[in-house]
Design a protein around this ligand. Structure first.
Ligand code: F6P
Length: 323
């Protein structure tokens, strides 16, 4: 193997640049050449390739987003799209791929290997932390810290005006961000898709808080919660607790950007480097993750089909500390 390609795919996440840097530097250290593929699978189909040298990845470790850009490609889902991508890779002499993204990106890489025999290794890049095969995904720590910073500010207004604030954080299908933010932000309640009793618990909490006379409260809700988002819960709560002054804040994409935390930079660097070693070792169709501080390879098959469990003890901790 002489030349590999690297690309970012799906939603961007802070730390993706640090990860590409680690892939490029490790590959060059081991005598390989690296080509960057712009805009994920879309760029593979359009032939958007850039040679990456040591200097190409200088001064990016601290930057959010992805300098390679990212996209979701409907065309890659078609056999014709994949055929075009394959021809472009062949022309460029790219023999293997490192793909930084989520389940959709792994699925594309898996099919691609089955059809054309181009080996790939996947790296978990998403702020949601909902990928099986790793304790943490690249970008999660930064997103949580960004949301926490916002909550600390909201808390000032909540306290000054004696209000209830419902803060919606990202997490399309999962509550990892919400749970960490709720614990770190000292929230009175947390609502996540993995806990179907959270609305009942919230009501109990507010009846109890009414008796205890808490003057202000923070509720953290994941955007994917089964009750709907912050605005829906605000309307429901206003009907049930007309005496409370309730406001909602949706943090949205602010959580996706910004300079990665040290944890995300180190995680991205470790994973990026190990992806190259996995390819050199002859691995394919696997993701590289870190579980209990050890590098772990998981087949795409397993990573895609298994759901990462939310830590139940953290749900309990959030409840206990909100008393
Ligand atoms: O998967 C990461 C994520 O940020 C989710 O939390 C969110 O629902 C989604 O991406 C938003 O996607 P888009 O940027 O395409 O609106």
């Amino acid at each position: 193997m002489k030349r590999i390609g690297v690309f970012t795919s799906g939603g961007d996440a802070p730390g993706m640049n640090a990860c590409v840097r680690a892939v490029v530097r490790t590959a060059i250290y081991e005598g390989l050449e690296v080509v960057g593929i712009k805009r994920g699978y879309a760029g593979m189909i359009e032939g958007e390739f850039v040679p990456l040298h040591l200097n190409s990845v200088a001064n990016i470790i601290q930057r959010g987003g992805t300098f390679l850009k990212t996209a979701r490609s409907a065309e890659f889902m078609t056999p014709e799209g994949r055929e075009k991508a394959y021809r472009n890779l062949k022309k460029k002499g790219i023999e293997a791929l490192v793909c930084i993204g989520g389940n959709g990106s792994y699925t594309g890489a898996k099919i691609f290997y089955e059809e054309f025999g181009i080996p790939s290794v996947g790296l978990p890049g998403t702020i949601d932390n909902d990928l099986y095969g790793t304790d943490y995904t690249i970008g999660f720590d930064t997103a949580v810290n960004t949301a926490l910073d916002a909550i600390d500010r909201i808390r000032d207004t909540a306290h000054s005006h004696e209000r209830v604030f419902i803060v919606e954080v990202m997490g399309r299908d999962s509550g990892f961000i919400a749970l960490d933010v709720a614990i770190g932000g000292g929230a009175e309640a947390v609502m996540i898709p993995e806990d179907l009793e959270d609305w009942d618990k919230l009501l109990k909490q507010f009846h109890r808080d009414g008796k205890r006379k808490k003057s202000f409260s923070i509720i953290v809700i994941a955007e994917g919660d089964e009750q709907g988002g912050a605005l829906v819960v605000e309307q429901k709560m206003k009907k049930l607790f007309p005496e409370l002054k309730i406001r909602s804040t949706i943090l949205g994409h602010v959580q996706r950007g910004g300079s990665p935390t040290s944890r995300d930079r180190v995680l991205a660097s470790r994973l990026g480097s190990q992806a190259v070693y996995a390819l050199l070792d002859g691995q394919t169709s696997v993701t590289v993750g870190i579980v209990n501080d050890e590098i772990k390879l998981t087949s795409f098959e397993e990573a895609i089909s298994k759901k990462k469990e939310i830590p139940k003890h953290l749900i309990q901790l959030a409840e206990i500390l909100a008393i």
